[in-house]
Design a protein around this ligand. Sequence first.
Ligand code: SAM
Length: 264
Amino acid sequence: THFGFETVAEALKEQKVRGVFSSVASSYDTMNDLMSLGIHRLWKDHFVRNLNPGRNPLTSGPSEQKGWNILDIAGGTGDIAFRMLDHASTINNDAHTKVTVADINPDMLAEGRKRALETPYARSPRLNFIEANAEKLDMIPDNSIDLYTVAFGIRNFTHKEEAIREAYRVLKPGGVFAVLEFSKVTNGLFDAVYKRWSFSAIPLIGQLVAGDRDSYQYLVESIERFPSQTEFRDMIKDAGLLVPGQGWEDLTGGIAAIHKGVKP
Ligand code: SAM
């Protein structure tokens, strides 16, 4: 606003998000499993299988044999990145596809680097971690990325539109923007049960397991505030990305959804 309140509020939001993820970094996996009853693993598996990362040398031409250049934004602990590299290697026999994991939070990146040591990609040029804000990816050149992924990250961004514009800029023409995020439950009865679970059980689990009620309360509220499937699809369209079909796929009745857009 005129008096700069907006900027102060935005700076506070960014700081708060940083604090939340620094505080949850070490208990992140256990908490995800408890909160989602393990289902987040199935959503992530499905997300990656559906994107089918990597070039299959048997079906692509010689000029296409260099693998994909993937940017996993808000990639934190590496969950999506490791799955994409595994998929490219084992399903598509592609040993060239590379993933850059970008996250604003150094504690989440540290957790990701630590976890990478347990994968075949720890010292490989195929995996790379950078500290970056999704809204300002100056270090990533225009038209350089084949696949941009963001899983359970975008709802935390202060300026989602700017992040989508940056995604558009860095994608190659034909490149894919893919989001896995909590969404809106479509069935009224199921929604009532889900809301009860998320608003009462999740902060309690956060308190008992991680000793941190507030961070988990924030996570539940950020899910509630995130746009609906159609609103988010329209934000993707407004950024100039082409949206295939209805534009999203609901997972587990809409608890989560996958949205995709293609750069023309
Ligand atoms: N993608 C991982 C997953 O699915 O397990 C991590 C998701 S975690 C819930 C959200 C991540 O978004 C955190 O690591 C946080 O630091 C990151 N994040 C929040 N705001 C960001 C921003 N503006 N730019 C980049 N990363 C951001």
